[in-house]
Design a protein around this ligand. Sequence first.
Ligand SMILES: NC(=O)c1ccc[n+]([C@@H]2O[C@H](COP(=O)([O-])OP(=O)(O)OC[C@H]3O[C@@H](n4cnc5c(N)ncnc54)[C@H](OP(=O)(O)O)[C@@H]3O)[C@@H](O)[C@H]2O)c1
Length: 278
Amino acid sequence: MNNISGQNAILTGASKGLGVHIARTLAKEGVNLVLTARSVDALEKVRNEILSYNIKAEVIPADLTDTDQIQPFIKEAEQKLGPIDILVNNAGIEISTPYEEFSPDDIQKMITLNLTVPMLLTRGLLPGMLERNRGHIVNISSLAGKTGFPNETPYAASKAGLIMFTHSLRVELTGTKLNASVICPGFVSDDGMYARMEERAGPAPKILKPTTPEKVANGVIRCIKKNISELIINPLPMKPMFMLQEVMPGIKTTLHKAFGTREYAKKVSQNRSKKELQ
Ligand SMILES: NC(=O)c1ccc[n+]([C@@H]2O[C@H](COP(=O)([O-])OP(=O)(O)OC[C@H]3O[C@@H](n4cnc5c(N)ncnc54)[C@H](OP(=O)(O)O)[C@@H]3O)[C@@H](O)[C@H]2O)c1
């Protein structure tokens, strides 16, 4: 599908970080948007900016971890914009701390926002998409979901779940004109959670060189237009490493040690900000 102009999309996590770049890129393609997150003023700012692309954009603030809000949210989105063709599950939170120090609430919150919410939004939209026989779900996962990440164990688990949710759904949707894609960025510079991490703990080990928010946003468009199942945004040294991990899962510990991720994760945990956990 080369032209997505005029389609209607829901974008979660649209108030800051990668979401703002994804909103801009979708709007440039002529996609109408429902923007959601909790911060109303920030969402309005994004909406005002993207309206210049001659599209329709609506703001519906929601704390999506209150999962009772999901069905009413979908109803309001469709009332305001019309039938939804594209869902971009981008909202996410990460908390960096040794596993034994995670509160049960923080574990629950991360799994809910990063995994349960994308699954519930998809579940809510799928009947309409199937009836119209068109739709694309794009899930923003992470390389943490491919290879794990120390001190971010619930985050990595939620992102691994999102990858397998996407692949299972994709197989299930075979024979329809609906599709699902998952994007796995590594560290992303300039904006978003890694940029804030970098401010607190310095840059990640050189070998894990960050990508840019624009590449992730362009990835969303590529996934929809080219119907890509899984997009790794930072290809080297990741792709060869994943191939090795498939046949030798135990090698992950050695690779993380060699890449310096364990030491970096410790530094991030020690410098974490309480404000970011809210
Ligand atoms: N940045 C990276 O380096 C990186 C790397 C790999 C993967 N990712 C993934 O990319 C996605 C975007 O990350 P980011 O870096 O842009 O993160 P971010 O800057 O922290 O933005 C997160 C977004 O999620 C929203 N959000 C947080 N809690 C919410 C809640 N309870 N209900 C509704 N919305 C909520 C935030 O808005 P409000 O606070 O206004 O609610 C914000 O719009 C995430 O899924 C992340 O895991 C990022």
